[in-house]
Design a protein around this ligand. Structure first.
Ligand code: RTP
Ligand code: MG
Length: 157
């Protein structure tokens, strides 16, 4: 069945390398359980160049080289999520950057439950709709049609 509705609100979610082995399935289930549609999904090992480009806004930060190193140390899961208020809702599900803060302010959040520290914090989410579109194009290329994914990761159409 082809879905002709082209959703306007989408965000890019990433399951980072630290969460892939032990928490990926639980995170995916929770995403779907909260009513997000997963319209694109792929597992990727980022090259150093891709990780640098992906986080280019943080180029000047003291943690940049560690961040790039971490993001390409193993596979990531890249997801396009669609829902009303996708950006904000996914950020809320993730919780604050620092898991110590997350444990205080949002103990149910993914980072509170799974993140080891402020660098190895399990998930990424776009911070604005504009960012989301930019990063979705960067990771998936220009997507003009969003097929719904079936549970085994195959597209419907
Ligand atoms: P993200 O972009 O991954 O969704 O995370 P965020 O918006 O919550 O945080 P941001 O400030 O954009 O930082 C990007 C990622 O860099 C690492 N980080 N390390 N060592 C540190 O102080 C530090 N601060 C940030 C984290 O992996 C963070 O998610
Ligand atoms: Mg960010």
């Amino acid at each position: 069945e082809i879905n002709f509705f082209f959703p306007k609100k989408r965000t890019l979610a990433v399951i980072k390398p630290d969460a892939m082995e032990d928490h990926r399935e639980e995170i995916l289930e929770e995403i779907r359980g909260r009513g997000f549609s997963v319209t694109q999904l792929k597992e990727t090992v980022l090259s150093r160049e891709m990780a640098e480009e992906f986080y280019k806004e943080h180029r000047e930060k003291p943690f940049f080289s560690q961040l790039v190193e971490f993001m390409c140390r193993g596979p990531c899961m890249m997801l396009v999520l669609s829902k009303e208020n996708a950006v904000e809702e996914w950020r809320a599900m993730m919780g604050p950057t620092d898991p110590d803060k997350a444990k205080e302010t949002s103990p149910q959040s993914l980072r509170a439950r799974f993140a080891a520290d402020i660098l190895h914090n399990s998930v990424h989410g776009s911070s604005s709709e504009q960012h989301a579109e930019e990063k979705i194009s960067f990771i998936f290329g220009d997507i003009s049609t969003d097929a719904e994914l079936t549970s085994d990761g195959e597209t419907d159409k």
